[in-house]
Design a protein around this ligand. Sequence first.
Ligand SMILES: [Zn+2]
Length: 95
Amino acid sequence: MEEHKTDQDQFIELDVKKLKHIEAERKRILTSGMNDMHFMRCPRCSRTLEQKTITDIAIIICAQCKGIWIDDESLAKVLRLSGDMADDFFNHATK
Ligand SMILES: [Zn+2]
């Protein structure tokens, strides 16, 4: 007797395929030493991300949607900014 797959089964199979592809791609990038910035794309709009350093604070930004990624060390520096310095940082970051 032929086994009939439900839509849910098919979606799950598709998700498993996607996850396997993502994991394989992640391993390929990590083991090939190609995890440089030029391979990173914005998760929101897919544009290539840019690395910037503004007043000693390193950020990664998407020039298209203005999404900003920041590590813990840089975040601590941003949180210590106030007034005009904070305004300047964000003006330069999103320029
Ligand atoms: Zn983006």
